[in-house]
Design a protein around this ligand. Structure first.
Ligand code: AMP
Ligand code: MN
Length: 271
């Protein structure tokens, strides 16, 4: 629970190992403060470990997540970049709360804060927990659908890091940048092509193909796109909590065989 997951790195490691995971990366949003604990917990549970983070980026007016894998967890450029990226979350959360108050939901900021481990990292997930707990909605998908996505009362557009900076922080810290769950963005074919091409031009080398945020049809679609662009492929659960995530750690299908797994490019970074 360093960003918006509900479990500690130690509890996650135990759960992952129990589900048969052999190589694990903890990827908190915009935060690497859990990396040393996660690595130690992976070792204690007999798993190999790669450092991880999921950086929020604004591209074509949409929020895109860029996963970094295998970087130095103590790299100063990465640390400073993430501090800057996190900077706007507090103000954004207050604006989200003001938007919700206009439709009669009072005290959402304070309510969300009760679920936050690190106030710098307050996110829409924490608002969702508050709105479910207080009975406004029955579950997280309903909260996002009615309140927290574009055009809805609690949605506040926000400018995160640039694609170029996020890829640079990861790469200069010795890691590999990966586009997280590309199927989740509402891009036209042209916008997606621009994302992939610019990402590659900045030094990005992989995309997530099999993830808890993709449908099986999207596994196939993005496997083909990885091959088309010459990207390596990644596999990630997007697991946040036993109550909120439909995909558990270690329960995803394997990557389609013809792809290069991103961890094969990171063999010397696996710990
Ligand atoms: P934020 O970084 O504050 O914009 O919040 C991002 C978090 O919201 C991530 O943990 C996502 O998994 C979660 N999220 C985004 N869209 C949805 C959705 N439609 N349903 C459920 N969770 C979502
Ligand atoms: Mn994500």
């Amino acid at each position: 629970m360093v960003s918006d997951g509900t479990l500690t790195p130690e509890a996650l490691a135990e759960r992952a190992a129990g589900n048969g995971v052999e190589l694990w990366a903890l990827t908190d949003h915009d935060e690497i403060g859990g990396q040393h604990r996660a690595r130690a917990a992976a070792r204690a549970n007999g798993m190999k470990y790669l450092t991880g983070a999921e950086i929020s980026v604004t591209f074509a007016n949409e929020t895109v997540h860029i996963v970094g894998l295998g970087f130095d967890p103590d790299d100063e450029g990465m640390r400073q970049g993430l501090i800057a990226t996190r900077g706007g979350r507090g103000v954004r959360a207050q604006e989200m709360s003001a938007g919700l108050a206009k439709v009669g939901i009072e005290g959402a900021y304070e309510g969300a804060l009760r679920f936050v481990g690190n106030p710098e990292l307050i996110s829409r997930t924490h608002f969702a927990r508050f709105l479910v707990e207080s009975g406004v909605c029955k579950d997280t998908p309903e909260v996002f659908r009615k309140y927290l996505t574009e055009g809805k009362p609690g949605y506040v557009p926000h400018r995160w890091a640039t694609l170029k900076d996020a890829v640079r922080w990861i790469t200069e810290a010795g890691g590999i940048a990966v586009i997280a769950h590309p199927g989740r963005y509402k891009f036209s074919a042209n916008e997606e092509y621009a994302l992939f091409s610019e990402f590659e031009a900045h030094g990005g080398r992989a995309i997530e193909v099999v993830t808890g945020s993709h449908t099986p049809a999207e596994y196939v679609e993005y496997a083909d796109k990885a091959l088309e662009f010459g990207f390596a492929a990644s596999r990630g659960s997007d697991f946040h909590s036993p109550d909120e995530s439909h995909m558990d750690l270690g329960k995803l299908p394997w990557l389609p065989g013809k792809l290069t797994p991103v961890w094969e490019l990171l063999e010397d970074r696996i710990q």
